[in-house]
Ligand binder design. Structure first.
Ligand code: XUL
Ligand code: CO
Length: 446
């Protein structure tokens, strides 16, 4: 706060935990940072990160309307002064809210300086200030990234641009963003391929562009490792928007891309709920595909609006979706390098500063309760026991040798002949859905 301005005077902070009976909108009902669940505190399970771009740089503008938020930190003529004010506001919100992490794009933190050198200097100056604030508050950087999609030069892509000079500008930006992430102790670095895709195949060489993208990622990884970066690289799948088709379409496509170009050992996925919807998948599907490959690294926990075909980035509040997500996270024992980044924005009509608090508090409570419910579901083996039972026959006979890669068609034929027609067993889907509901809605469950 610089000892000068307070940007959220209506929120005294820090937001207290008051429990489910509390009626205060500025208190947590479920998120109790120090509470132990499955051997770890809630804070360590959930690792909430505030998204700098939506929360502090969002202006409520949409394709039909001008900016509507009047943020007290977004005033003045000097972009660097605005950046410093924004940083003050950000750390005020983090400390009042009790969120321990944040995420940013290079251009969120500091303005484009008009040249490679000036942009680099701008970022370095803000990184210096952010570092000081991190030290004062204990708030940490979860991941950094570079905005390679807003500037007009990236219209036809950044790494996948047909002009290598554009790729070179992207390289300069990523180098500075990596330096910033390393300096601030970030445990992750994200690549979201905003414009790495096409709007028409008539002017696009797919093979060429995918090779460019792989070479670019390799360059960035090698640079960061040479600078002793010990964190993880995340790639964030998204099907479309702003391009018609993005090369990191969904988790399965992205895993295949990483495998094809030998990047799988260095990268994990940052799965975003709303992006899953754009690929016509459920959030749970994307999380399970990534986790199944051992590559679920971090999560953007926003939510889309059903039936809407674009990235609305609402705050996640839905109990079922959150519970299914936390089940996956618990199963893989957490997100070592990543966390839960909100990547969500308040609606255009929610323009008060206090709305930012209501939004984060509501979503934190939704995930905190989801964590408790998911833990109980796991402890009681509600889903895991029937699942293990369903595949149990693979522990013996033909099933076992199949899984060991030792089976033959002839062995299958003789098992089929000897054992006759298999028993037809119900999948019990509706029963499982009911059990899930019981756990989610039972007020005594946690
Ligand atoms: C865009 C999106 C980004 C990434 C970071 O849809 O999700 O905000 O999370 O570039
Ligand atoms: Co995202």
């Amino acid at each position: 706060m610089n000892g000068m301005n307070e940007y959220f005077p209506e929120v005294p902070g820090p937001i207290p935990f008051e429990g489910p009976k509390s009626k205060s909108p500025l208190a947590f009902k479920w998120y109790d940072a120090g509470r132990k669940v499955a051997g770890k505190t809630m804070e360590r399970h959930l690792k909430f990160a505030v998204a700098y771009w939506h929360t502090f740089k969002g202006d409520g503008g949409d394709p039909f309307g001008d900016p509507v938020y009047r943020r007290p930190w977004d005033v003045g003529d000097d972009p660097m002064q605005i950046a410093r004010q924004t940083l003050d506001a950000a750390f005020e919100l983090f400390t009042k809210l009790g969120t321990r992490y944040y995420c940013f794009h290079d251009r969120d933190l500091a303005p484009d300086g008009g040249s490679v050198a000036q942009s680099r200097d701008n970022l370095a100056a803000l990184v210096g200030l952010a570092k000081k604030k991190q030290r004062q508050t204990g708030v940490r950087l979860l991941w950094g990234t570079a905005n390679l999609f807003s500037h007009p030069r990236y219209t036809h892509g950044a790494a996948t641009n047909p002009d290598p000079l554009v790729v070179a500008h992207a390289a300069a930006q990523v180098r500075a963003a990596l330096d910033a992430t390393i300096e601030l102790g970030g445990t992750g670095y994200v690549f979201w391929g905003g414009r790495e895709g096409y709007t028409s195949l008539l002017n696009t060489d797919l093979r060429q562009e995918r090779r460019q993208m792989a070479a670019f990622l390799r360059m960035a990884i090698d640079y960061a490792r040479s600078r002793d970066f010990k964190g993880m690289f995340f790639i964030e799948p998204k099907a479309r928007e702003p391009t018609l088709h993005q090369y990191d379409f969904d988790a399965a496509t992205t895993l295949e891309f990483l495998r094809e170009f030998d990047l799988l050992d260095d990268m994990m996925l940052n799965v975003e709920a709303n992006h899953a919807a754009l690929a016509t998948h459920s959030f749970e599907h994307e999380l399970r595909v990534a986790a199944g490959a051992g590559r679920l690294g971090s999560i953007d926990i926003n939510r889309g609006i059903e039936g809407v075909g674009w990235d609305t980035d609402n705050f996640a509040m839905d109990a079922t979706t959150c519970t299914l997500a936390m089940l996956v996270v618990l199963e893989q024992r957490g997100l070592r390098f990543g966390g839960l980044n909100f990547d969500a924005k308040v609606r255009r009509g929610s323009f008060d500063g206090v709305d930012l608090f209501y939004a984060h508090i509501g979503s934190m409570d939704a995930f905190a309760r989801a964590l408790l419910v998911a833990d109980r579901i796991r402890q009681d083996g509600v889903l895991s026991a029937p699942l293990a039972e369903r595949y149990s026959a693979f522990r013996r006979g033909f099933g076992r040798s199949l899984m060991r890669g030792e089976a033959t068609l002839e062995a299958g034929e003789s098992a089929a002949e000897q054992q006759g027609e298999p028993a037809l067993l119900s999948g019990r889907q509706e029963l499982l859905e009911t059990l899930l509901n019981d756990y989610i809605h039972n007020p005594d469950i946690v």
